[in-house]
Design a binder for this molecule. Structure first.
Ligand code: PW5
Ligand code: FE
Length: 246
């Protein structure tokens, strides 16, 4: 009966959820980086992409990216970096983005609990909140993001989660590779992440993972969430309130 199939569907989802969470816990222990492909499936992924494109084509939603200069033919050419907008998912025409956010929340919260039980590195944190979702678009034409650390000074963010939306992205043609330089990886090994459609990426937000976005030559979309550790966040707030901050 309908009742039966919906239950099997629920268990099916739970199995997927368990597998993804186990994979996340293990990869964060071993590499500090974790890639989950086909996170939403094609239909839901395309629905999220449709909402992002709708926002991008709505005037004034995306703020202009910061100007970055690139060596042109000898002269300095200034181009725009990523253009961003922050959303919490309750905005109009963002229902699929809202569902994406709650799916990522479910994975992070469950994996955090699992890691506490199995004393994985992820279990050292108590993840109880996150930022809003940052929707970013690199307008192509060589726009990039310089090498940086998301959380260099203990602002509370422990995990970065990035969901990519780029259909049939080919790095050879379009660039836009995310290159992570994980601390502690032997030799000068790096993690090259192609920003392909329906890919979800996790990595430690702190100095363990400097990263850069190489120049993109087609429009490149991503949605980023940063998850907070309760204690580090509280300490950051205290430092900020007592004015002891750089
Ligand atoms: C605004 C802002 C964007 C990013 N984005 C990336 O690192 C790009 C990741 C990707 O799109 O592959 N990081 C920081 C620390 C700030 Br702040
Ligand atoms: Fe970053």
């Amino acid at each position: 009966s309908l009742q039966h199939s919906s239950w099997s569907n629920v268990f099916e989802q739970r199995k997927d959820l368990d597998e993804i969470c186990q994979n996340l816990v293990q990869d964060m222990d071993a590499y500090g980086v974790c890639v989950v492909d086909n996170f939403l499936g094609e239909e839901k992924g395309k629905a999220v992409l449709g909402e992002v494109l709708g926002m991008y084509n709505t005037k004034g939603v995306f703020k202009d990216g910061q100007l970055v200069s690139r060596k042109g033919s000898g002269d300095l050419k200034t181009i725009r970096g990523d253009r961003i907008t922050w959303i919490n998912g309750t905005e109009k025409y963002c229902n699929n983005i809202k569902q994406l956010i709650s799916q990522v929340d479910a994975v992070v919260v469950r994996a955090n609990k699992m890691a506490m039980a199995s004393s994985g590195k992820l279990g050292m944190y108590n993840i109880d909140s996150r930022t809003k979702a940052m929707v970013a678009c690199y307008p192509g034409l060589g726009s990039h993001y310089v090498k940086h650390v998301d959380n260099p000074n203990r602002d509370g963010r422990c995990i970065t989660a990035i969901y990519y939306l780029n259909l049939n992205w080919n790095v050879k043609k379009s660039g836009g590779l995310l290159r992570i330089f994980p601390e502690g990886w032997l030799g000068d090994k790096v993690a090259d992440i192609e920003p392909v459609f329906d890919r979800l990426l996790f990595f430690w937000s702190d100095r363990r993972n400097p990263h850069e976005v190489q120049p993109a030559f087609d429009t490149r979309y991503a949605i980023t969430l940063w998850y907070f550790d309760a204690i580090e966040r509280k300490e950051a707030r205290q430092r900020y309130e007592t004015g002891r901050h750089s």
